[in-house]
Design a protein around this ligand. Structure first.
Ligand code: AMP
Length: 396
């Protein structure tokens, strides 16, 4: 008999991440990624539930539909007895309408498409993923899970810009992103540390994209990202917070076009730009040890410390700082440096625990906890599908 499974898809501009879950539990059967979609070096990688490599068919997918087909061919070859009962999607923008996951129908699809102008670099790929999955699995429910939804609880002062209020009314708001990651960390804290989860928690999602969120009693009250996934912390190639006057200068005085400015802010800035073009990858910067690499790491750390103060201020204090994302989960250096000057907030790291990547890395003397919790965005998608479709199973 075929095994019912949920497929979670995370379609980016040139990649498609996927994970296969049992339909009745949090068990992951396999996960992988199709990279460099549309290029000659496109390829798929597939791992089993324990991280071992699985064989994959050859193929250079030209678009997202072909990437999904390659994904399905790989999964069917590796797991011949599965039956997909739901497909869950990460959708970057849910606008003001969506404060939780939904089953996709024509009306939902139209609303997701209408948000295209708010996230032109991400939303079209999410939509392409939904269309491709709809064609591949006719009649199978598709679930949209929004990165913005977790932040819809934020008070007006954190939701608005100081622009004339008509702009707020038409949707120019601080939406915040990385919501699936914050959702997962919040539910995981409830499971492993309920007292901390009930308090004032700052979550630092530090990966190639990076943001921070103030979560009070399980609800988002402030975050560093704003209208787009460009604001807040510096990222691999994105600039983070920037005086809007710089954009005016670049366009008016330097004659840069919107395309040039967009490329500058999204692709050439952040760690890559600050390191003089050396790398957007924290591992490379840590190894390089050059003044340029140091400058990029210094700026990254400083902005995290600055925003940590801002997030704590939004909650009137802090009970725990949680690191996640590729850098947060793995870089002992960044974690130690972020907490170097945070004793005033009651945060003190135990360097032995930090070096061992333990879950709690704060010292016995630390008033607030410092933790490392690996995030699992795809699991949030699978759980949402299970909940919306009333499938039996464990997990939040
Ligand atoms: P993500 O986007 O969450 O996959 O995170 C990617 C980022 O995590 C990149 O900047 C990587 O260099 C960084 N990263 C992954 N592993 C490590 C590590 N062991 N030490 C430092 N940075 C790491």
């Amino acid at each position: 008999m075929s095994r019912p499974v949920i497929l979670a898809l995370n379609a980016g501009s040139s990649s498609l991440k996927f994970e296969l879950f049992a339909a009745d539990s949090d068990e992951t059967l396999g996960h992988g990624i199709v990279e460099c979609i549309g290029r000659d070096d496109a390829c798929v990688r597939l791992h089993d539930g324990k991280g071992g490599n699985l064989p994959v068919p050859d193929g250079q997918p030209a678009d997202h539909a072909a990437a999904l087909q390659l994904t399905l061919d790989s999964l069917r070859a590796a797991f011949p007895d599965i039956r997909v009962v739901a497909v869950g999607h990460r959708v970057v923008h849910g606008g003001v309408h969506f404060d939780g996951p939904v089953i996709v129908d024509d009306e939902v699809m139209a609303r997701i498409e209408a948000l295209d102008p708010f996230a032109p670099l991400h939303q079209p790929h999410n939509i392409a993923g939904i269309r491709a999955a709809g064609a591949a699995f006719p009649g199978v429910p598709q679930i949209a899970c929004f990165d913005t939804a977790f932040h819809r609880t934020q008070p007006l002062v954190n939701d608005t810009f100081a622009l004339p209020s008509r702009f707020y009314d038409e949707g120019v708001r601080r939406y915040g992103f990385h919501g699936l990651s914050y959702d997962y960390i919040t539910s995981e804290l409830k499971r492993i540390a309920p007292l901390i989860a009930a308090g004032r928690v700052v979550i630092a999602h530090l990966g190639n994209g990076a943001s921070m969120c103030a979560v009070q009693s399980g609800r988002s009250v402030a975050s560093t990202m704003g209208f787009t996934a460009l604001d807040g912390l510096p990222m691999g190639t994105r600039c983070g917070q920037l005086d809007p006057g710089v954009v005016l200068y670049l366009m008016e005085q330097r004659g840069m076009t919107t395309d040039q400015v967009r490329r500058l802010l999204y692709e050439d800035s952040g760690l890559l730009g600050l390191s003089g073009g050396l790398s957007n990858d924290m591992r490379t910067l840590e190894r390089a040890g050059t003044p340029e690499a140091q400058r990029a790491i210094d700026y990254f750390v400083f902005r995290i410390q600055r925003e940590l103060g801002a997030m704590a201020a939004a909650m009137g204090g802090i009970d725990a700082l949680v690191f996640c994302g590729g850098i947060g989960e793995n870089s002992r250096l960044v974690r130690a440096r972020v907490c170097e000057r945070t004793e005033w907030m009651g945060l003190e790291v135990d360097h032995g625990r930090n070096a061992r990547n333990e879950t709690i890395i704060s010292s016995e003397m630390s008033r607030a906890h410092v933790m490392v919790v690996p995030t699992q965005e795809e699991l949030v998608i699978a759980r949402a599908a299970r909940r919306l479709l009333n499938l039996p199973g464990q997990g939040g």
